[in-house]
Each structure stands twice: as structure tokens, then as C-alpha cells.
Design a protein. Sequence first.
Lengths: 1149, 215
Amino acid sequence: MSRDGWMKKKANVGGDNGWSERGGYMAAKVSKLDEQFKLDAPREKHKEGACSSIFSGVAIYVNGYTEPSADELRRLMMLHGGQFHVYYSRSKTTHIIANNLPNSKIQELKGEKVIRPEWITDSIKAGRLLPYLQYMLYAKQKGLLFPGMTLRQTSEIAGPSHRPLQLNARQKLHLHSKINEMQECGKDHPRLAGVSKVVKEAPLSNGHTHLVNGALKPDDLSPATDQPSRPKPPPPNYHEAAKASESHLLPKQPQTPNQLDKISNKTHPSPASLSLSYSSVRLNGSHHNAFSSDAASLSTTNTAATPDPPAGNSSFSSSSKSSAQLLEQTGGLISEFYSHSRLHQISTWRTGFSEYVNELHSKRKVAGGACFAGKDRLRKLVAQRHVDSTSAAINVKSCILHVDMDCFFVSVGIRHRPELKGKPVAVTSNRGQARVPVRPGANPQVEMQYYQRKYTNPQPGEIVMSDHFVIENSDSDRQYETASLSMAEIASCSYEARQAGVRNGMFFGKAKQLCPMLQSVPYDFEAYKEVALNMYEILAGYTHDIEALSCDEVLIDGSTLLAEVGVNPDDLAKAIRADIREKTGCCASVGMGSNILLARLATRKAKPNGQHFLKSEEVDDFIRDLPVTSLPGVGPVMGRKLAAMGVRSCGDLQQVSLSQLQKKFGPRTGQTLFRFCRGLDDRPVRYEKERKSVSAEMNYNIRFTKVDEAECFLTNLSMEVQKRLQEAGLRGRRVTLKVMVRKVGAPVEPAKYGGHGICDNLARTVMLAQSTDSGQLIATAVIKLLHAMKLQVQDLRGVGIQVQLLEGNQSVRQDCNVLRKRSIKDLLLGQEPSAKSNNRDTHQEKTSSTTVPSASSLPHPLSPAEPVPGTSKEQPAFRQTPKHSRSRLNLSIEVPSPSQVDRSVLEALPAELREQVEQSWTKRDGKQNNCRSPGLQLSTANPRTLLLQIPNQPDSPGIVLELPNFSQVDPDVFAALPKELQEELKSAYSCVTNIQPQAKICKSIVELAVKESLLLLQVHSHMVSLFQTETDPSTSSSHPDIPESVTKLIARPAPALAGACDLTDIKTLLREWVTTITEPMEEDILQVVKYCTDLIEDKDLERLDLIIKYMKRIMQQSVESVWSMAFDFILDNVQVVVQQAYGSTLKIA
Amino acid sequence: CRRLTEQEYSMVADILCEFLEVAIHLILYVREVYPSGIFQKRKKYNVPVQMSCHPELNQYIQDTLHCVKPLIEKNDAEKVVVVIMDKEHHPVERFVFEISQPPLLSIRFSSPLLIRNDTLLSHVEQLLRAFILKISVCDAVLNNNPPGCSFTVLVHTRDAATRNMEKVQVIKDFPWIVADEQEVHMQEPRLIPLKTMTSDIVKMQLYVEERTQKT
């Protein structure tokens, strides 16, 4: 080609290049390539022989180098009915195949499905299209959902047939409408709805008023009914109809029972139809309805709901009713839910028992003394023994007893069924059948694999294809088997079952495979209550130094009792165990040791049905061989981390230095590990615990269709929170909205009916202007948060509201305690599940989350519903991480020792702060004062709010008074001030930046905190940093008592983050922070901001730059979007400070 | 704990001025303020550096630093800034050498003689070498400058040092003048930290402020 020609051609590009009639050159080329592909395909197929249409509808685009090569992939797509695009087209290409992608491409392809080529090869191996979820190249692929895509994907999994996706979606929607309609019939024509008694019976027995979403006109009825008189409406109508049924209340039209019959007949007998499997799972779902009724009606539902078609219908309607329930405008739904959820009750029992112990103490104070039946008996025993022999009682300095019932649920369940004793028994909601049918839309394997991967591979970023998946996928028979296994969790199993390899929390189906003899026992909540109550009463007969751990687990501080009575621990344990055995018919094991840790460890050895006293001289030998995972607080994640360090036993752990542990796990956890592996534990037995937060969560059966519904639900949930706050006599300021959102690409319908499936956990926090217990205020706050999160309400799977920063009116609480004077019996037995007791929720757990347990373990035998593995495992993590980080932070407070602190300064501090200082002193001394005066106790309730008021405190006049905004300070004037004054002003400003938001709104802070929630983060103020400024005499120049020369002489310490100065240490710290915690605490974030600010002040921009870059890298990589937000917040803050100091902002690449 | 003696300060000033000279030459080369033809490769701090062989330019730099030195000696210079300006004399880049006292005058050497300690000097030299290396690669993090740039050196002084500076002219007819606002102010500056050093005798950091829109 001549040069000229080339130029000509180039010149033509802008105008007509001869290709215009074919839509331009590229379009022509693409279509030509497609043609070629189509032509080649049959030839390839012919050559190969084996071909299929696995990939029909799939169009791939290969990006970059892949294994197998693009050519090979092209060939495979030809063979198996797919399409191969040489050029990427956003509209036509369905999947992008890549082994790895550069960052820029990742950005470019945001929201697209980028999948590893193994997906294709594995799909071919499996002979069907596998879900791409676990083949996604980047786990974090946020973006818009393509509901259609997902639907198709799931349908392909549900059945081998390749239905057009539209139909599937339609069918589902259509089904929905049918439900409504049927329900409508049942309601309007109770007499006519003779198809099934239960249709009306189930709802009526519960007394639920169910709101009907809408009714369909008979004309919109499904084609499935095949009524000759009714013409089949065109497809779009279904869609509209379904929509209409959800959004409008159409005039109800009476229907003949005949019609209804038709529907039920049509839906049920066709086994292959999607609607059947759908309904059959809905059948399982009826437990929601069932468990909400009380025991009496429970049995009726049992008998009624046999899996014949009418019953299927009934549960059909009742389940749809339960979803309608969710949306019910009337309040009380949520509280009803809570009052019906028995597992929730069990979880609240602990608090109930704690309260009981509290009450015992207050009673004793009032009465001056109490009778200890057990103690008296023990005394007699001792006296008797003194007659028998002259063996002197061994004097034990301190002795903790850990009483734990042996497989509580089982032993209670079989105590009146002696025939089951000695047999493998498991308590589960399953009735004994190990298999259940699979619902469409549900894909248990995907979830299974997701969780498996999650637990075997803690790093979400890296995805390792384990052989396991391949095997499971290629063996479709086996896979179907596992799919249909019952997913009812085993709550507890007997020792015989444990020997066969059955474990608590295992799915029943799997357990049955392991141990075919396994018998299942239903839940018996009344009995649990009774036995637990008995046990507590027995123990209270010995001593009141009891800490309730759960309904079947108690810690007793036996030190005083033993000294008083003069028995040795073994005798005490023997007496307690005999008592429990006699009165409850169940066995308990007792572990004893000089501290809580040892007592707990000893219990392991004591089980089953025994007792063990871990003597201090045996401790070393005993603990050395224990695996680290047996230590409390060492879960699988930490266990893996330790294993990576080569630490498996406690003995190994003893070899690791404290500093190493602290570096790896943070100061607090490191210290704890260091101590625990040596058998050291200084936690006291506490019969009273402070409440930190009040919350209500539901992650079961959350399916919203519209924003209004979600809002309404949030309002109701807020009212539940209000109820709890009021009952506890508390008000809170910080409101957190937690939501679980269906993970992109996860099946729309989780394996467990009504469960949440694979989710992303998100949380947003808002700070209210003042503490409140008003549900309305909370509701408006959380609704705003929800909107700010910009989520698809359809994808919400769980919602929770948590209120923190509680300000108790302690007086009210105490009054309650005195006035109530209820015995634990009232407390527990007075709680009929159906009765709405006002007292009930006073005794909620103090932990942050009160999750409505998923229905897995609900007592209804009709519910072999599969629990999602995540429910039990994820939740604790959810609730522990923030605590963990907070406590770690607390430890980093450096408080000068008592002798170094000016008493008058301390006195001038607000009570809160003083208390903090004093507490840290006592902690340092290794002593915990158990009986703090109530006044002081109260003060811990909310340290931060009061800290904020420091400048207004009249009794601390030395502190900053009126300061102009920092932005208003003329730098020249500032520079002209003497150095001392500059120092003072600087420190004052550093205080003010923390305090200001409440005192008066600081402009710069408002500017910086663009996002509302972030602003509130700022408002929270940083307790730790503020605390440091206020109490550390060396840095705080605002106290008049401290000679200013001190400030000058003592050099400013190098900036440090949680004690770490070295860059690598800080990096490790940050990495640990980001990788181990899903949701950063404000304190931590602010600590980091403070560190960065220190760096700026220290004129170490280079390090600042490195750290910012590092954080950018790790935080923006994190799966949780909270982390990117955290980074933005940190960066915003840092930029403001840099701007102030240098007049320019950092360039962030 | 003690402050540096006068003698030590002059030591520090010597070291710093020597370094600044090298750094300025290198900046002019790396940022292409002058054609690369006028630069020659030399060795300083054991690394190759570029030095101009244009006598007038060299003289200017030397004179400037000569005047900076007394300020450093008195610890009056807070920042020494090499400003690169476009044709309109608006700054496009500012190389800021921020000089401050070491955080804690090391208790290690209580005797002034120890400052001549070879290990100390070689340590400082290592740190300065790192600066030089950073400067020579800083074009990677900076955007290209528009053609026709010139440069100037500014000193930010502490306290009331300016009055003294006006009184005393170190070099005749080479006085300090107060910088124009135009020369100091930069629109939408972005800050790029290059290097920070902390040694026993001096603490210094170098960062670049860059105008967002250079052309």
C-alpha cells in the first residue's frame, strides 16, 4: 500500500469509508466474525463428535492470556452451543473470561461478570452450566444486579431444562399472584374454601390478621389453570398483573371453589413444574406460622399439615401470609415475632438468670441474710465427716467452679424417655427424615461451596479453586444427593452420637449419613426452662457468687463458700452434681480451677458426667498439650493464624514472646493469649454486667418488594427497639442500621426457606442530637440511613437496628429491681409464648445483637427447612469484632501512674473521666473492684457524651474557653506568638477539634465531613485521644498545675499508632485491622486520623504518604465497602490538616 | 539534652548548603528548566548527579546559598524553596526543603567534638544520598512542565529574621527581597512528599508542591 493510499484511507475515516451501509467498519467486522463462528461451529462439532448446548445464550469475550487459550475456548464454545466474541460488546457479551486483569481493566469492567476460564471447562465436565459465582475472578464485584441473569442462572441449576428466562421469572411472579388470590379466597369465602380446612384454620388459630397484598382479576389467572373459558393473556400481562397484585388493592372478586380446586389441582400434580417444587418448599415454610402459635395449636397444625396437596395449599397460603405479615402496617408484628421465637427466648434467658442472680444479691442486702439450703447441707456433711474421720479440709485460696450440663438439650429431651438413653440422639427441628426436596431458585450447592470456601479460605480476595468443587460438580448424582439432605441443624447431640462423628451444628442429613442410628428428639422449650431454673435454684442454694453464662452453664466463685464451710472443692462439686442429678434428672459436669480459664478447661476433662479439679501444680503439664483452639477466644480464624506461625498447642504458644503476639494480634488479644496459654486469667466472676447496646434484628423471611415496605418494617423494628430501651430504662444516642444484602450473583432464593442466604453485611451509623428512646426518632434516622445506602430493597435479607452509647437512668433500673421483686420463676414461667408480657424483654441479653434466630431449630416438626450455615457462624463474628477492637483500643490508653497525677487535677475532671482513670489504675494493678458504687457505675455508661462537655464544665476552668475557629486564625499572628503560647494553642485546638462539634459547630469539620454519617463519626469524638490530652501531664499544657517548662524539656514522642512507631509495624497493624474486622470502629478510624495528623505535625510527610498509599491499597481492596468509606474519611481529614499546615493537599495517585 | 552549639550549627549549615547546591542543580536538570546540554555528570554522595557548567548559573546558585547559609546557621530558615515558574512567572512547581531541628538532641553526644564523628557524618551522607536519588526520579511522580520555565529560590524564615537580613547583605548588591505574592501563591497546589530525614543534627523533609493545571 502506498503511502498516499494510506493517508487517503485515514482521511476517510471521519466521513464515508464505504462501510456506512453496514453500520461502520467495526460493526461489519464483528458481524462477519460472528458469521464465521457460526459457520465453523458445525464443522467443529462434526470433527469432535461430542457436542452439547450447555452454553446456549452464553457469549464470552476472552480478555488477555487465559488457560486454556482463547482459541481453545472458542472451540469449546463452538462445541457446546455458546458464542465467542472477538470484540467485547457490553450489550451482547454475557461473560468475560480472564485469568487475571490489570487494575485499569478492572475499573473499566466494573459491574461486568469477569469469570475464570475454569468455569467453562468445569461446566463442560459437569455436562451443564455451572453457576459462575464461585468462578468470579474478583470476589468484590459490586455493581448493578441483573436479576434476569441471576434468574436464568438459577433456573439452569434447578433443573436440567433450559427454560427461557423470561418465562421463569414470569412464572414466579405469576405464582405469587396466585398465592394472593388463593389467600383471598380463603379469607372471603371461608365456607367455600373447602379445598383445605387448613387454609383458614392455620391463620385463624394464630389470630393473625393478614394483610392481603392484592387480588387478581380472574382474567389474569395463570395459563396453568388452563380454563377453556379463559383466553390466555399475552405474556406482558402476567408481569403487569403480578405487579398490580403487589402494588394495588384491586376490587376483590369472588371466586368459586371450583376455580380454587382447579388451581390447586393444577399446581400440584405436575411434578416437573416449577410451581410444584416451589410450593412444596413453601410447605416447609409453614413452620413460621406454626411456631407462632402456642403449643396447643401447634399440635393441630401438625396433624393437619400432612404433605398432601390441600395441605400444601394451606402452607402455601400461610407462608405467603407470613410474608404479607412482614409488610403489615399494624405494629406489633416484630414484637410478636420475638415473643414467638423460642430460640430468641433461650438466648435471653442468660440475662434472665443474671438478673436472677442480681436479685439474689439485692435481696440479701435488704434481708440481711439468706438461707442457703445447699450450704447447710454441706455443713452437715462436713460435720458428719469430722465425726467419721479427722481429715482436715484442704484450704484452697481461690476456687472457681464451672458447672456445665452434659449435652443439655439432649439430656433434658430424653430424661423421660429412658429408652433413648445410651443411644445416639440429636436435638433438631427435623422429624427424622434426612431428605427434603429442593426448591427452585434455591441452590444449596452454591451456598454450601461458598461457605466452604469462606471457611477454608479466609482471604476473600484470593480465590483458590480447590479440587473439592470440581469433584463435587462433576459428580452430579452425588451432588443431587447432598442437595436434598436435610439442612436442619443439630442443636445438641448425645455423647454416643458424638462418638460416631456427629457434631453440634451439623446438618441433620449429613449426621444421619454418619450415624444411621441417630434418633432425633424435638425441642422442648418448657422442659429446658424448667431444668435450667432448677439448676439455678440449686446453685443459689450454695452461694450467690454466680455468673450465668447460659441456660446450662454457670460459673461459681467458690472461694468464700469453701473457706466458710471448710470443705474441699471436690466435695462441693460432688454435692452440687448429686443435687442437680437428683432434682433435674440430668447430669452436670464440674470443672474446678483457681481461675475461670482453668475451671473451663477442667470441665473439658470432667465431661461427661464427671468432675475435675485442676490443681495449680498440674496446670503447666495440663495446658502444655492442649491445642490452642481449646482456649476461649481462639476460634478457627485465629487458630489458622497461629497454625501459620507454627503454633498448635498451648506449649508452642508459650514459646512465642509477648511482643510478637501483640504485634500479630494486637495489644489486648496478644496479652490475653500470652496469659491464657500459661493458665493465667484474672477475670473475676461477675454476677452483674453492664449493658452496652440495645438492638433488634431480623434476618429471617425478609423479602421486600417496595421501599415503602422496608420503611414500614424499619419503623416497626424501631418500635421494638423503643420497647426494649424503655423496658431497660435506657436511652441511646448512636443508632446503627445493619443490613444484609444478597450478594451479587447469589441465588435469589437461599437454600433455607426464608433464610438470608449469601449476603454482604453492611452497617451505617448515625449519631442523634440527643439520647432517645423514641422509636419514631430512631425510625426516621434509620430510614434516612437506608436511603443513603442506595440499596435495592428487593435484595435486603436482614435488617437490624442497634442503639449504643446508652445513658441509663440507673435509678429507674434499680427501682425496677427493687419493685419487681420477682423471682426467677415469674420471670421465666410467666413468659407464655403467646402472651404479651411486658416484663419479658427487660431481660434481654446485653450483647449487641439480638438476632432472631433462623428458623432452623424451631420446634415445628413440619420444618425440615435448611438453615443457612452462615446464620450460626456469622452472627457471633458480627457481634464480636467491634467489641474486640474497642477493647484493644482501651488498652492503648497510657495513663500515668497514680503517684504522678495531681489529685486536684483528677478531681477537676468530670466524673466519667475520673472513673476511667481510676479504672485503668485498678486494671493495672490487676485488681478489679467488684463492687463499685452505683454512682460510679452509672458513669461508665457513656463516657463520650460527657467528655464532649469538658469545655463547659464549670469546675475545670483551666481548660480552653473561647477559641475562634482554627480556620479563622491568622497564621502570621499565630506564628508571631511565643513558642510556648503556640504550643498551648495547638494542644487546645487539638482538644477543640474533638470537643467543638457539640459545643459549637466547627466550620472546617463540617466542610470536611461531607457525608452525613461521616460527620457523625467526627462528632463521636475520639475518647482515647481526648483522654490522652486531658490526663497526660506531659502533653497537656492546658492544666495550670503543670509547669510549662515540662512541656519544653520533654521532647515530643515520635508519632505512634497503638504503640507502634516503626513503619512495618504500623503497616502490619493496619493490615490486621482491615483484614480481621468487617466494620471499623470510629475510635479506630479516629486513632488513625490522629496518627496521620501527628505525622504532619512531626513534618514526616514521606511516611504519611506511604501510609496513606498503603491504606488506600488495602482498604479499597477490602470487600466491605465500609472500608473504602473509612479510607475516604481518613483521607478527607488528613487533607484538611495538610491544607492547614501546608496550604496544599496531598496528591493521591 | 542540649541545643546545638554555634559551631555545630555552622557545621550543619555547611553540610546543608553543600547538599542544597547539589540538589538545586539536579532539580534544574531533572525538571528540564535548562537544556540538558549544559549539565555534566559528576559524582556526589557516591551517586551520579548532574551539575550545570554554565558559569553564571553556577554563580547565581552559589551566591544564593551563600546568603542562605547564615540563616541556617541561626536556625532562622524554615524552608528553602526552589520555585519553578512558567513564562508568566507563575509558579508551577515548588521544591520545598523544610528544615527543622532534630526532635531530640541526642544525649548520645554531649561533647561538641563528637559532631565530627565520622560515623555521624557518613550517616548524614547516606540520608542526603537518599534525597538526591529521590530528586533524580521525581519526574516519575510529577507532570511535565510547560516550556520556557525559569526558577528562583525562596527562603521562608522564622520569626523576625527578615529585619536582620535587610540590614546585613552577605554579598554586596545581592540582597534578599520579600517575595511577591505571585511567586509564592500557587493555584490548587498538590503536595507530593519526596523524602524525610531525621538525623542527630538536622531534620529535613523535601516535598514538591505542584500546580494541578500546569499548562
